[in-house]
Design a protein around this ligand. Sequence first.
Ligand code: FAD
Length: 378
Amino acid sequence: MLIAGAGIVGASIAWHLAEAGLRVAVADATGPAAAASGASDGAVSVASKKPGVMARLATGSLLYTRALAERGLLAAAYAARPSYVFGAGEAEMDAIAALIAKLAALSGPVRVTADGGAGLLAGAGPGVERLVALEGEGHMPGHKAVRAYLAHPGITALWPARLGAFEADDTGVTIDLGGRALRVGVLVAALGVSTAEIFPGLPVLPRAGQLIVTDAGPVGALPGSLTAAAYLLAKTEGPGSGTLPPVVIDPLSTGQFLIGSSREDHADPTRVDFATIRRLLGRSTAAFPALAERRVIRAFAGIRAAVADGLPIVGPLPGNSRVILATGFEGDGICLSALIGREVAAMVRGASPATDWAADLSALAPTRFGAIRKERVA
Ligand SMILES: Cc1cc2nc3c(=O)[nH]c(=O)nc-3n(C[C@H](O)[C@H](O)[C@H](O)COP(=O)(O)OP(=O)(O)OC[C@H]3O[C@@H](n4cnc5c(N)ncnc54)[C@H](O)[C@@H]3O)c2cc1C
């Protein structure tokens, strides 16, 4: 079988298939982690998910990511750490109250350990009116996880190789892979924002985000991620829902900081602008003033694959179970990749989904869009 797309989702699916003893090839137009998975923050976070399907799937994926780290596979990629959510002003206070209620209702592995003011976190600044501390979440740079998954000896790497068009029938799928015709039993399309090129009928839209990397300061100055409640609002109510920048400050193991991120409706990964970077840095520094001593060494953009209804698209193409889609993870693909990899691999093998997740996974099925238009082999 062929997985098209060597981002974190395609890589996780490939690993789970290879681990089950199947022969699997992964093709990528550029190379591993070439798109969103290599240009993102890596929060493995339940707190930031919409209540309902996404929060439940994120909980399952967080637990499974931890298990894969414990067994060694993701040990060098995943790091557990506390997370802090801060806010100022009425809208962010409401978002924090909703977060606390959501986590209590989930009663999962992510718990509020403290709720108060800036005094809860050494180094928190005047931009922090209220702060909640959480335990149970972690961080996983996408490129590290992709490398770990693709190291499985049962995976054949094919890149650069671009999936063009395909024709599926009852016995398999004929694929145009950069001018080369290939016949496979199953095609899994994990193409991120490029999904719309192959499946123009799917409402997958680009949502760009700018990120900043600083130079290294003392390791451990900030013990975990510091996230503005505006980020929760941007995820639950859509981009442009608040006036405050939705910043996330993530301390890296090197002593550097990764600071993100904007949400913009375009697909240009080269577009980084001074005004946006300045807004993100302004709020970050007000929340954690020690950042003013750091220098920005890099700013870059990544493109999320957003879906019009806010849910990923996972499951067989209507009308042909030999083509399976796994896309549209917007700002949640790093977090969801472990569980989605395992469940899509089960779909490919014709196995039932893990019962805990069957209902939530069915909400992601492509059938919700009716018949899906696609490109055809010329
Ligand atoms: C700024 C930013 C911050 C983010 N922060 C977080 C976060 O904190 N936590 C979180 O969980 N998620 C986060 N995300 C989202 C996360 O990065 C994505 O959801 C995830 O990386 C998607 O992985 P993917 O494998 O679906 O897609 P991608 O990583 O985009 O991979 C798709 C792959 O398909 C390849 N491809 C495209 N077209 C073709 C073709 N025709 N043939 C063959 N190959 C092709 C591409 O080269 C690419 O390698 C963030 C994203 C951004 C941009």
